[in-house]
Design a protein around this ligand. Structure first.
Ligand code: SF4
Length: 247
């Protein structure tokens, strides 16, 4: 499939102009905190996901609500909590009963594999090795591994493909309709300019996600208002200003 644009700079520049500037600077966490966030945030709105992470921190760290520093957060108490305790702390997230099990199993597995509950050692690995290591954990696929390497203090190159990014990449014509998140990431990475840094990729993720939350949603695409219309295979092949996508 051949997209209608040369590289991701074309997408990035249009979205930056459309939103009037870059995404807010991300609060960067250590890799383990980012992994915990990624597992519990699946299919959950950002505000609820952040609230759930704060609840986990307060309940299982004895951490006050006060200054928002994550530097010394330890997660042993979360690992050792019961499933109902974790589930209760995750009640703002979707599927808390499933995520509570995944979180506990993940933290136990990290401890079994390394003898400690930390992912700081990953910093000395190559990016592909880090991603394979993360994806062997329960509940962690390519999106979670990309988020850990790209969003956390590891700050390596990767593009995290959430549901918004997946949908928009397919509508743009970057990937076929049945593409997996990993295939979408591979196709997008091939279109990323060589000078893109980990932070540029993070910004790209955030800008596309914002488009997916506003103009290009699951059910409706407001192509008439979209800054990507003339380089989008879906938008440019219809004359209607708004497209509806039935269930
Ligand atoms: S042109 Fe339409 S389908 Fe394409 S990205 Fe924009 S809103 Fe989505």
């Amino acid at each position: 499939m051949k997209p209608l644009f040369h590289d991701l700079d074309d997408i990035q520049n249009r979205l930056l102009a459309w939103w009037g500037g870059p995404a807010p600077v991300r609060e960067v966490w250590d890799p383990l905190t980012q992994l915990i966030y990624s597992i519990q945030s699946s299919r959950t709105k950002d505000a609820e996901s952040h609230a759930s992470l704060r609840t986990l921190r307060e309940r299982f760290n004895g951490w006050p609500t006060g200054p928002n520093t994550w530097d010394e957060v330890r997660w042993e108490q979360l690992r050792d909590a019961t499933i109902p305790e974790i589930e209760d702390a995750l009640k703002l997230s979707t599927f808390p009963e499933k995520k509570a099990v995944q979180l506990k199993e993940t933290l136990q597995r990290i401890t079994e594999r390394t003898g400690a509950l930390s992912l700081a050692f990953l910093a000395k690995y190559r990016t592909d090795k880090i991603r394979r290591w993360i994806e062997e954990l329960p509940g962690a696929g390519s999106k979670a591994s990309a988020a850990v390497v790209n969003f956390s203090s590891l700050r390596r190159k990767a593009i995290a493909i959430d549901a918004h990014h997946q949908r928009i990449a397919i509508r743009l014509g970057v990937a076929r309709a049945s593409a997996t998140p990993r295939e979408v990431e591979t196709a997008l990475t091939a279109l990323a300019p060589a000078n893109w840094t980990a932070i540029t990729m993070d910004d790209h993720h955030t800008l596309v996600k914002k488009l997916g939350q506003s103009l290009c949603t699951l059910r409706v695409a407001h192509c008439g208002k979209c800054p990507l219309r003339d380089i989008c295979i879906t938008g440019s092949s219809h004359t209607a200003r708004t497209l509806e996508f039935p269930k």
